[in-house]
Design a protein. Structure first.
Length: 300
């Protein structure tokens, strides 16, 4: 592949920072974010970093000039969207529209948009890409909006794109989420907490596999498509917690809070379409991925 200029919005975030490092041999990479360092993650000095916010239309148009490919990951996360829906509107919806419009005006070759399984809502079915969209959160609704903006720009202006709907992404450097909260309590000598009976199950996908999916989407000829990106393994919360206790050598016992309402019982997706059209295959089983996280986070 010819060396390209690649823009990663949200480049200092969990997925973005891992992606930036892997893209270094693909061309000139620009990480665009509000902060160079976010928690445990930072963009090394050898990578070009531009500070800015996607809601700043003048700035986003400046950084878009000469760009061949855009990975759009900048986002206000689920919790913040719930707490401040208007901020979600401004960043995830208006900001995303501005990124797409700027990409169109700069003649970008393709946008790879990071969506989420939140667009499906809560369902006991194994979801493929034809599953109805039933988001009941502001975050999920904002991702649906971004997806449909891309469909419009493709039909109207032939701006190529690929949408990746991630399942539960995890890996070293992540802040928040079930795995990190359990490890943090183990580290402090506190029993992990399980809401309900722990039978709720999810599809966990390791960060390296998510990065691979993004690169495959950029390098393929596929356009005007949406793909689930998961680990192809269904794991219950109870299984996950006990595996983490085992792998850390902890003798703690989890604390079950049976009275607590569980907001979601199952969210598992099929990645077979991505396997067929992109050649995507998850390579890191959940147990191996958890070992890597433990080694990185707890130095075990």
């Amino acid at each position: 592949m010819v060396k390209s200029k690649i823009l990663v919005t949200g480049g200092s975030g969990f997925i973005g920072s891992h992606l930036v490092k892997r893209l270094s041999d693909k061309g000139e990479v620009v990480a665009f974010d509000k902060y160079r360092c976010k928690g445990k993650l930072t963009i090394p000095n050898k990578f070009r970093f531009i500070e800015g916010d996607i809601v700043d239309q003048k700035k986003i148009r400046e950084v878009m000039q000469g760009v061949d490919y855009v990975f759009h990951l900048a986002v206000l996360p689920l919790g913040a969207c719930t707490e401040n829906p208007r901020a979600c509107l401004e960043t995830n919806i208006n900001g995303t529209f501005g990124v797409i419009e700027a990409a169109k005006d700069a003649n970008v070759k393709k946008i790879i948009f990071s969506s989420a399984s939140s667009v499906y809502g809560d369902t006991v079915q194994t979801m493929d890409e034809s599953h109805p969209l039933n988001a009941r959160t502001m975050y999920g609704a904002s991702k649906i909006a971004g997806e449909y903006f891309l469909k419009f720009f493709y039909d109207m202006y032939r701006l190529d794109y690929v949408i990746l709907r991630y399942m539960n992404v995890y890996g070293p450097g992540q802040e928040g989420g079930l795995i990190m909260s359990v490890l943090e309590r183990i580290k402090r000598g506190l029993p992990p907490i399980i809401f309900g009976d722990g039978s709720q199950s999810f599809d966990f996908v390791y960060i390296d596999d998510v990065v691979n999916a993004n690169i495959l989407a950029m390098e393929s000829d596929v356009t005007d498509e949406v793909f689930n990106i998961g680990g192809e393994e269904e794991v219950t919360v109870k299984e996950l917690v006990f595996t983490l206790l085992e792998l850390t050598g902890s003798d703690l016992a989890p604390e079950f809070k049976l009275e607590e309402k569980v907001p979601m019982q199952r969210r598992v997706g099929s990645s077979q379409k991505a396997a067929k059209l992109l050649g995507y295959m998850p390579t890191v089983p959940i147990r191996e991925g958890l070992k890597r996280v433990i080694e990185a986070e707890l130095k075990i």
